[in-house]
Design a protein around this ligand. Structure first.
Ligand SMILES: Cc1cc2nc3c(=O)[nH]c(=O)nc-3n(C[C@H](O)[C@H](O)[C@H](O)COP(=O)(O)OP(=O)(O)OC[C@H]3O[C@@H](n4cnc5c(N)ncnc54)[C@H](O)[C@@H]3O)c2cc1C
Length: 509
């Protein structure tokens, strides 16, 4: 066992961890030793090939196919330096005021979240895309919404020099998408923060992290770890857990914190999503331009959000309901498919939670509530109307039986798409906005929350959480800017308490 000592150790390098690392970097010049431990590898720009299976395997946990315990939903989340920001699409929205107010976390104000989100939006070059990068799929969505009497909005995106390869979710092959691996982590590193990849934190007990550093598999992408492979004990005065909404609760549970924090793992939400496709007569450019330029926000009114999207052939095939000739015919129409991603705004409910198995591996227990199913059904009906209004020949609607709705039945969409056809396990559902598990709440309120509004774990002053697991309920919109805003608060809390926590001066700015 090799022993290492630091002042602050950050576990995870995604939207939360990467941001905390950057915001703690000013402490380094005062002699504070800051370390980031990331279990995934560090990829070189040239390793982003845009090939679906190869990149899914390199960048996602379980190749993007992490299943909930009943096998009914896949959860997509990153496992690489930069975490899920390497594979996200880069849509950059500020949390709705009604959601932050609804969370009712004492000490968390929407104005503060919005101000910090604006800071990271500026840092990540967030802007509206130039018209020449808007592809047919996005144009059809806007036209279909207009014809159906709905108002699509343009997504602010965090790209710089986007070449429109449409491959965001496989890691941008053109180094154009901004994320923590491009922006915050390099800034942290150049200010003296140390980053170690392929370093998985197995447990945390009383300031000591048990860490295993792994060598890469034969032929695996990514640089070797900065440390020699082996077992380490890393001691830290402060530990910031930022392993994501699955990784953080799982790490704290297997470290034994569950007995003093009964809310640990609870309140998991994820915006369950369907990928919907519709066949058109002519080819649709969806493999050029940015895949996700527009959305329709029906969260407050109807509990769902629609987004444009471009999914790759394997992902699309896996998301179509059914087998055989009908499935094959739709896949052969791939170049003519219009695509919409529908996201349900699920709610934190008892039973939907992150746990660990006997080996300490994360297990996500998740059941679709009737409200979530209804939201998916309403979203599917609206999408079908948008598809047909945009000129589609037929629409694939998972909550219809049979799932293909022909143009002649466009007027019967409300009757054909129905909750009774949503059969768990038969209908493909996936999620990429993983939230909750270490919920913020009132100071010391252990029955219902894990941390306070600054990510301080109740009763454990040296332990902080700084990622999407802090959300006490779903955000109802794309989450990364809010995660960065919350992580910024966590770092500020540590800086302002530096004298007590680290024996260093107060370094607020
Ligand atoms: C395909 C996809 C598209 C998305 N698109 C968007 C979008 O357009 N806009 C948006 O706002 N959001 C989007 N998201 C969601 C967004 O990326 C995530 O919400 C956000 O990155 C989560 O931040 P996080 O810090 O909680 O976790 P992550 O970013 O997932 O980072 C967690 C990191 O911790 C590491 N880790 C976990 N456990 C350990 C351990 N024990 N030891 C060491 N390391 C550990 C993981 O390997 C990972 O790198 C998307 C997500 C996906 C998957």
């Amino acid at each position: 066992m090799i022993r290492r000592d630091y002042d602050v150790v950050v576990v995870g390098s995604g939207a939360g961890g990467g941001t905390v690392a950057q915001e703690l970097a000013p402490l380094v010049k005062d002699g504070v030793r800051v370390l980031v431990l990331e279990q995934g590898p560090r990829l070189a720009d040239a390793e982003f090939t845009g090939r679906e299976l190869e990149m899914a395997d390199a960048l996602y946990e379980d190749g993007g196919a992490f299943l909930t315990s009943d096998g009914a939903m896949t959860l997509a989340f990153g496992r690489a330096l930069g975490g899920s920001t390497v594979v996200y699409t880069g849509t950059s929205l500020v949390a709705p005021e009604r959601v932050i107010r609804g969370w009712a976390v004492p000490g968390l104000e929407h104005a503060d979240v919005a101000r910090r989100s604006a800071k990271f939006a500026a840092q990540n070059d967030v802007h509206l895309l130039e018209p020449d990068l808007i592809n047919d799929n996005n144009r059809l969505f806007v036209e279909g919404c207009r014809a159906a009497g709905l108002a699509a909005e343009q997504f602010p995106l965090n790209v710089k020099g986007c070449k429109g390869s449409s491959l965001c979710n496989l890691g941008c092959p053109n180094a154009a998408k901004m994320g923590t691996a491009r922006v915050q982590l390099p800034a942290a590193q150049s200010a003296g923060v140390q980053i170690v990849t392929r370093a998985e934190v197995l447990s945390i007990r009383d300031h000591a992290l048990s860490v295993v550093v792994r060598a890469g598999r034969e032929g695996e992408k990514g640089a070797p770890s900065e440390w020699e492979p082996g077992q380490y004990e890393v001691r830290a005065r402060v530990v910031v857990v930022a392993g994501g909404a699955v990784g953080s609760p799982a790490l704290l549970l297997r470290s034994g914190f569950g007995s003093r924090l009964p809310a640990l793992g609870a309140g998991f939400t994820c915006h369950p999503a369907h990928i919907l496709v519709a066949e058109h007569e002519r080819p649709i450019t969806n493999d050029v331009g940015h895949p996700k330029s527009y959305y329709l926000d029906r969260a407050a009114a109807e509990g769902y959000v629609l987004e444009t999207c471009m999914y790759f052939p394997f992902t699309t095939a896996k998301n179509l309901t059914g087998f055989g000739p009908a499935h094959g015919a739709l896949m052969r129409a791939f170049p003519r498919l219009q695509m919409i991603l529908v996201l349900a705004c699920d709610k934190a409910v008892p039973g939907n939670r992150v746990g660990v198995d006997r080996a300490g591996k994360p297990v996500v227990h998740y059941r679709f509530t009737p409200q979530t199913v209804e939201a998916l059904v309403r979203a599917t009906r609206t999408s079908a109307k948008i598809f047909f209004a945009a000129g589609a020949l037929r629409v694939h609607a998972p909550s219809a039986d049979p799932p293909l709705i022909e143009r002649r039945d466009a007027g019967r969409v409300d009757a054909l798409v129905a909750a009774r056809h949503f059969r768990t396990g038969k209908v493909s559902v996936s999620a990429a906005h993983l939230m909750g598990g270490c919920a913020m709440g009132s100071v010391g309120e252990v029955a219902r929350s894990v941390t306070d509004a600054w990510g301080r774990v109740h009763g454990v002053p040296w332990l902080r959480v700084a990622d999407a697991s802090l959300f006490p309920d779903s955000l109802e919109i794309n989450p990364y800017l809010t995660i960065m805003a919350l992580a910024d608060r966590v770092a500020e809390g540590i800086r302002s308490e530096a004298r007590d926590l680290l024996g260093a001066g107060d370094v607020r700015s």
